[in-house]
Design a protein around this ligand. Structure first.
Ligand SMILES: *Cc1c(COP(=O)(O)O)cnc(C)c1O
Length: 472
């Protein structure tokens, strides 16, 4: 063997690729039998591994052996069909294979020029996604707007905040006077985005919600009036389609109207729930979205691409580019600025970017529109069935609606009984579930949407709940 084997990556791929892929296949075939949450104590993983890097090259057999010995027991198995915690982080065979190809190219697609296919496949596949979700035509790339892939919904929201902030400042507002609005149930990424953008947490106004946890537009309107009277500058309203805690659905139309009336940027966060719009009967979740300036949904949650792949759509890219474009001499080239190409580095915070679009492209092609729709509609149907079963059982209460695939329940015995049920379910090792607190009340959250979740696995979840929940 050559003493510089890295100069011949093809040889290593041919020699070791099949064994690594077989390892991946075996992991996925057997993952449903493992305890879903890792039982290891803090520090255990590191203590199993050598403290110092190897001096000489090691083989893949040694690396795979450490995966079996240390990494597998030290992993929470998000790809287990028993994953009902938080939201999903769904992978798929298409995503696994496409990730390997992304790294095979190893493209750094900061400019069109440094990766024409990386750029153009991204523009195309986001138009596909907009079509699949039936998004407003303003989000397609044939106008001044379009889509871009970011690493996370947090980054997508940050970029929208930066565009909104810059637009307001260019119009003459002082940074200290800016105020933004979002519901008390909005994701923490909204506040974080504002803080990164140089605002204080107090400049984000938490708007109250109604009994179904939807933002109350009447409350928003009066808060805006109060701020205007105090000389503040309302510059941004963020609505959520499917809040993280409970899948609360903010009324986009009414919020969008207020935003427009007051010249605010209107950003819509549908990180998890947006995928439901694949299903025509569920497209009501986007009613009023045509008023939005920007919209984010995460294919890496429910749409089988695995971390990381977040889709941000903007009505007009100009405010983004105005906020984020800086061109030093070493990045100048003839294509950029010609008006013929997009340089996506101007649509994000980092300069560098990987070929994430390849993964979304592969997933959409391998599932087909029908496959994606069937999978997501199936998850929603399973969740609705489970919600009905729970609602019929005198031991449980569903204090909130279940619009899609997130079921929130309480044991009628109170917070202690609900929390004990969560602990018992997770201790079985068969499932992972998580919780939230709404108005001080402890609720169990069941997110039904793992790539591999089926009627059988949800029946097992129900049996475990039935077995471990004390009588009313
Ligand atoms: C999960 C979630 C986020 C954050 O998503 P990341 O991609 O992890 O940053 C933001 N908003 C909502 C509503 C979410 O559910």
């Amino acid at each position: 063997m050559s003493d510089m084997p890295w100069t011949d990556p093809a040889a290593e791929l041919r020699a070791d690729g099949p064994a690594v892929l077989e390892w991946a296949a075996r992991y996925l075939a057997e993952v449903g039998e493992r305890p879903v949450l890792s039982p290891v104590a803090p520090g255990w993983v590191r203590a199993q591994l050598p403290a110092h890097p190897p001096a000489a090259a090691e083989g893949w057999d040694a690396i795979l052996a450490d995966l079996d010995r240390v990494v597998v027991p030290g992993t929470a198995h998000w790809q287990s069909p028993g994953w009902y915690a938080y939201f999903q982080s769904n992978s798929s065979a298409a995503a696994v294979l496409a990730e390997a190809l992304i790294t095979t190219f190893g493209v750094q697609g900061m400019l069109w020029h440094t990766g024409p296919a990386c750029t153009e496949v991204e523009t195309l596949v986001l138009d596909w996604l907009a079509e699949l979700l039936d998004l407003p035509s303003a989000f397609r790339s044939d106008g001044p707007g379009g889509g871009v892939i970011q690493d996370s919904a947090s980054s997508s929201t940050l970029v929208a905040v930066l565009a909104a902030r810059d637009r307001a400042r260019r119009a003459g507002a002082r940074l200290d006077d800016l105020v933004a609005y979002t519901s008390i149930d909005a994701h923490s990424s909204v506040e974080k985005g504002l803080r990164v953008a140089g605002l204080l947490s107090e400049q984000l106004r938490p708007v109250p919600v109604d009994a179904d946890r939807a933002l109350r537009p009447v409350a928003l309107a009066s808060m805006v009036e109060e701020d205007l009277a105090a000389g503040k500058v309302p510059f941004l309203a963020v609505a959520t389609v499917g809040t993280t805690s409970t899948h609360g659905m903010d009324p986009l139309g009414a919020i969008g109207e207020l935003a427009r009336a007051h010249g605010m940027w209107f950003h819509v966060d549908a990180a998890h729930a947006g995928a439901a719009a694949l299903v025509p009967e569920l497209r009501w979740i986007h009613d009023g979205l045509d008023r939005a300036d920007s919209y984010v949904m995460d294919p890496h949650k429910w749409l089988f691409t695995a971390m990381d792949c977040s889709a941000l759509f903007v009505r007009d890219a100009a405010p983004l580019v105005d906020a984020l474009s800086i061109t030093p001499e070493y990045l100048r080239n003839t294509a950029s600025g010609s008006g013929e190409v997009v340089d996506y580095r101007d649509w994000q915070v980092p300069l560098g970017r990987r070929f994430r679009a390849l993964k979304l492209w592969a997933v959409i092609r391998r599932f087909g529109a029908e496959g994606l729709r069937t999978a997501v509609a199936g998850h929603v149907a399973l969740a609705q069935g489970l919600a009905a079963r729970l609602a019929d059982d005198p031991r449980f209460e569903l204090p909130l609606p279940t619009p899609l695939n997130l079921v929130c329940l309480a044991h009628v015995g109170g917070d202690e009984a609900t929390e004990a049920l969560l602990v018992a379910l997770n201790a079985t090792g068969r499932v992972a579930v998580s919780h939230t607190r709404i108005d001080g009340r402890y609720l169990l959250r069941l997110s039904i949407g793992q790539t591999r979740t089926t009627r059988e696995t949800v029946d097992e979840l129900w049996s475990l709940i039935d077995e471990h929940a004390p009588a009313a």
